[in-house]
Structures are given as structure tokens and as C-alpha cells.
Write a protein that binds this ligand. Structure first.
Ligand code: C5P
Length: 227
């Protein structure tokens, strides 16, 4: 059967990764969470004290990029690939609100994007891939056979992220999560290099009022008519 490239872009916490994982599993495709790659680089910068609420040493981060190795390892137990930073599993650490609060600044650096986009293009070179992010349909795979653009209201998205953080034991305020979602939307949509935008040929899906099953069925239908 022919394999295609499925590009899923959209705002923060629109459920891109949930549906991308479901699709990859159903189709036997590789799933690549590109947000996790930007988060891993951000986590590195935080550990090396290159970024904080007070300062951001962009020049040193760019200089250290060759020392940063981000890769994925499939975890049979959870059923998806987890992200590693220089051979350390950082899947949990990169999802914190702290990392979320710096990641859009790191992702706006062209040198960071260039390194990660190159790696993403290699990961998807053989097709049979579901990749989610902000620039997959516009920059990473402009020729993807199926492009989706996910949206939902900021409040719906913040509530989802808030519930996720609570579930993993992070004590955060809903208002802080909403503020982070709105700030990231703004920075991601307004940066100079590869801003978040809907590709002309992407299909927009607003899932504010959709159950996970409804969303999956709708997207699977789109896959089937594309294949
Ligand atoms: O998808 P997730 O919310 O984990 O992404 C974290 C951040 O990484 C985004 O807010 C964005 O700043 C950045 N990102 C990006 N391009 C991608 C994926 C993520 O700039 N393809």
C-alpha cells in the first residue's frame, strides 16, 4: 500500500499529538513529535543556565548546538517514541510549565530551526510518517499528501493542558497555563522564521466541541480519501 506523509500543525494544546499518535498506531506509521525536539533543546539551555526569566544567551546556545543531540527511542510499554537529549530520556522533564514558558523563544532562533528541520526531514524521508508541529505543512514537508491544521479556543486548550499537568502531579494555576498558551500562540505566529500559519492546502479542524473518537474518525476518513 502507498505510504503518505501526514503533516499536523496548529496552536498549542490542540490535541495534535493525541490524534497523531492514534493515527500512527492505526496506520503502522512513524510518529514524530517535533515540539518535543524544540522542548529538548530548551531543556538543555535551561540546564546550562543559558536561559532564565532574567536573561537569554542566544549566542552561546547557537555555539553549543553541535553538542546537542536529540533523538527518539520507541518505548514498547507506552506505545510511542520518547525523546532523548544526549542519551538521557527527558520525556517527562520537557513537558513542565517551565520548559513551556521558554520554548517559543528558543524555537524562534533560525539556527535551532535549521538543525531540527533537517533532522525532521530525514526522519520523514521515507514517508509513512505522521509529524506534528507548527511548520510541518509549510516548511518541513510542503509536499505532504495530507495537511491538517488544528484549532480550538484558547480556554479549551488551556484547560486540556492544565488537566494534563495536574494529572502528572504538577501544581500549577489554570491562569498561568492560559497565559502560557496565549503567549506561545503569539510568539509562534509572529516570529520571522517559519511562523505558525495554515498552509493554503491544509484542512482546518476545530476540535473545541469534538470527542476524541469523533476527531479520529473524521481524520481517518480524510486519510482514506487521500490514500
Ligand atoms: O507542540 P508543543 O506545544 O510541544 O511545542 C512546543 C513549542 O515548540 C511550540 O510552542 C513552538 O514554539 C515550538 N515548535 C515550533 N515548531 C514546531 C514544533 C514546535 O516552533 N514544528
Amino acid at each position: 500500500m502507498t505510504k503518505i506523509t501526514i503533516a499536523i500543525d496548529g496552536f498549542s494544546s490542540t490535541g495534535k499529538s493525541t490524534v497523531a499518535k492514534q493515527l500512527a498506531k492505526h496506520l503502522g506509521y512513524v510518529y514524530v513529535d517535533t515540539g518535543a525536539m524544540y522542548r529538548a533543546v530548551t531543556f538543555y539551555a535551561m540546564q546550562k543556565k543559558l536561559i532564565s526569566t532574567k536573561a537569554f544567551d542566544v549566542a552561546s546556545l547557537i555555539k553549543q548546538l553541535p553538542n546537542i543531540r536529540v533523538h527518539f527511542v520507541f518505548n514498547e510499554d507506552v506505545g510511542f517514541a520518547e525523546v532523548y537529549l544526549n542519551d538521557l530520556n527527558v520525556e517527562t522533564e520537557i513537558r513542565s510549565l517551565d520548559v513551556s514558558s521558554f520554548v517559543s523563544k528558543v524555537a524562534a532562533i533560525s539556527e535551532v530551526r535549521q538543525k531540527l528541520v533537517e533532522q525532521q526531514q530525514k526522519l520523514g524521508a521515507e514517508k509513512g510518517v505522521v509529524m506534528d508541529g507548527r511548520d510541518i505543512g509549510t516548511v518541513v514537508f510542503p509536499d505532504a499528501e495530507l495537511k491538517l491544521f488544528m484549532t480550538a479556543s484558547a480556554e479549551t486548550r488551556a484547560k486540556r493542558r492544565y488537566d494534563e499537568l495536574l494529572e502528572r502531579g504538577d501544581r500549577v494555576a489554570y491562569e498561568a497555563v492560559l497565559k502560557n498558551v496565549q503567549e506561545r500562540d503569539y510568539i509562534d505566529s509572529n516570529r520571522e522564521d517559519s511562523p505558525l500559519m495554515k498552509a493554503d492546502d491544509a484542512i482546518e479542524i476545530d476540535n473545541s466541541n469534538m470527542s476524541l473518537k469523533e476527531q479520529f474518525d473524521k481524520i481517518l476518513h480524510l486519510v482514506n480519501i487521500t490514500l
